[in-house]
Design a protein around this ligand. Sequence first.
Ligand code: ASP
Ligand code: MG
Length: 474
Amino acid sequence: MNLVVMKFGGTSVEDPAAIARTAAIVAGRVSAGKKPIVVVSAMARVTDQLLRCASAASLGDRTGALAISSRLRCRHPDTAAALVKDAKESAALANWIDKKFDQLDEVLRGLAAILELTPRISDLIVSFGERISSRMIAAAFCQHGICAEHVDSRDVIVTDSSYQKAIPIDAIIEKRAAEKLLPHITAGRVPVMGGFIASNEAGITTTLGRGGSDFTGALIGGAMHAESIEIWTDVDGIMTADPRVCPDALRVKTISFEEAAELAYFGAKVLHPATILPAVKKNIPVQVLNSRNPSNDGTRIISLAPHCQSPFKSIAVKKKLSIIDLVASRMLMTHGYLKEIFTIFDKHQTPVDMVSTSEVSVSLTVDSNDKLPQIAADLSQLADVKYEGKKALVCMVGEDIRGQNGMAAQVFAAIRHINVRMISQGASEINMSFMIEEDDADEAVRSLHAAFFQNPDPTVFDVEARKQLVTPGP
Ligand code: ASP
Ligand code: MG
């Protein structure tokens, strides 16, 4: 029934101008005959500030915590006043927002007395961001001629009790969505809900983890069998490379879920694909769009990759990595050696990105971090250890490299002037990654881009816009 879930991130609702743009986008969908369900994040930076309040209070800094909260208390009614012109409605909203901040301050004072921040209390504190933004944005939509209705997400998204990263319970969500959202939609109203926040079966507030609003969008889309899910952000979608490094980077029009997942892992910040799994499972396409450039078509993420003449869809880079080389002759012909090595990484809770082994050596890459000297000291019980920072991992992703001969030769020919330290072609067969010096990374991306995106397939890449690219945010 033309149902579309529209999720707007923090930057799309960061101030009155952004919220007005968002309202115009939603109004556009309504006049095109769509039935939107809107999911919004907290205003930009609010979640971080709420977490800072919580941590200050739990350390006994009651004044500091209340000072942050009072800045937030001003920001919200100021935004509301700029958006809601109707005096009565505006006063009611300001009053409601004030009450929420009274509640928040009450929790912060309690926390400053008991000095213990549990995950449950952290979720309660951080939930104010989306609770307030969604109610305020619903009111702003009404002022912009949209027949909007605020719905508390905690009545719809039901999870287990693993606070801070709660697991949704699909069956209950489906039932609640039918009860709480469907009546509004059939009556022609646009439900507006906060992302990220949820509740357990006992009604206690939980959250879906940082960046969880995309997840809310996908859960609602899945439960309501939406025709599509739109993730509105501040970039034009997934690009063939970072346009700041490679000015002729192109927008990727369509990409598969698996490809998007590989890219996200390697640092493309557009969205975390795990969060859109509920949509992918139900075969609902997810469209990433730019609320600052709404006429742009963005990137469509679908279950099955579109066929593409170019082997790769995109080149991602992960910087600030370190390489650890281990050499030990005792590794030869023994078993359990790698297990001992990984036990050490596990002990230091450090994920390993890439591994390459020979009979007597192992090379691993990890994010550069201050635990490295300690990790190296532990590893030196097992082998001779050397580690070196300032490395970058370049990852080229594309489903069409499957079964293509000579791909590696072409890739390494394109960067033959660059020293490659480690190579991996994962079992997924859709990515080729290699490690180089961080200082060489930009040059490598430009050379690879020139080699593989010279004649891009116009069905998959936005060739027309080659000259009018929008630089992504930080
Ligand atoms: N506001 C939450 C966060 O910043 C959730 C989200 O925006 O997706 O993590
Ligand atoms: Mg986000």
